[in-house]
Design a protein around this ligand. Structure first.
Ligand code: GRF
Length: 219
């Protein structure tokens, strides 16, 4: 057994859970110094629950429809995460807006992945929005969560080209491939304690910076 302390993750998902799966795989392969101590879904029958079961991970469904309001749902979620010993809350396709109750319970310890290059295209259906806008590039963003929608400090982003014949599905698939790479990387940076928040900026220690520019269409 490694003597290294591993960061205890609580992964929250609402749907299919491909990001959850990439985290399960990366943890199992010891590529990140983290372990998933709880998978929490708000939708019964979510694919993410099945993936957790298959990986023998503790999992729970807390259905938001059983609660009178957002705060009481969030209180139940927070209590469950605390009881499981969660140190970092990882939103992976969790389709609920997080209230202050939740954010205050895990200050700077909640992260989210968003399938666009924030601050462009926050919210929903953002792959289609990038296509409709005529953006030449889109991508994905891992950020800390505050009480706004997709507004917290940005940790890491990946860029992909938007192609002329893209549909929402083809662009989403291209972005998702990158999501599966940058989410584990962001978690590893936090596990290594290399991430510091200064105002809106996230500063990362000890990284080599690539200065290469991406141009689409190429020169
Ligand atoms: C991803 O595109 C993520 O960026 C967004 O929701 C989607 C979840 O996909 N927040 P999956 O459930 O991880 O496959």
């Amino acid at each position: 057994m490694s003597a290294k302390k591993s960061l205890k993750l609580g992964v929250l998902a609402s749907g299919g859970g491909t990001n959850l799966q990439s985290l399960i795989d990366q943890c199992q392969q010891n590529n990140i110094d983290a372990e998933i101590v709880l998978v929490l879904c708000n939708n019964p029958g979510a694919g993410a629950l099945e993936r957790a079961e298959k990986a023998n991970l503790p999992n729970i469904c807390i259905n938001h429809r059983d609660f009178a309001d957002r705060q009481s749902f969030d209180q139940a979620v927070v209590a469950t995460l605390k009881e499981a010993g969660v140190e970092l809350v990882v939103l992976a396709g969790f389709m609920r807006i997080i209230s202050e109750v939740f954010v205050d319970a895990f200050p700077n310890r909640i992260i989210n992945i968003h399938p666009a290059l924030l601050p462009a295209f926050p919210g929903l259906h953002v792959q289609q929005k990038a296509i409709d806008y005529g953006a030449r590039f889109s991508g994905c963003t891992v950020h800390f969560v505050d009480t706004g929608v997709d507004t917290g400090p940005i940790i890491i982003q990946a860029v992909v080209p938007v192609l002329d014949d893209d549909t929402e599905e083809t662009l989403a698939a291209r972005i998702l491939q990158q999501e599966h790479k940058i989410y584990p990387k962001a978690i590893q940076l936090i596990a290594e304690d290399r991430v510091r928040i200064e105002g809106r900026r996230v500063l990362i220690s000890g990284d080599d910076v690539e200065e290469a520019a991406l141009i689409n269409p190429p020169l």
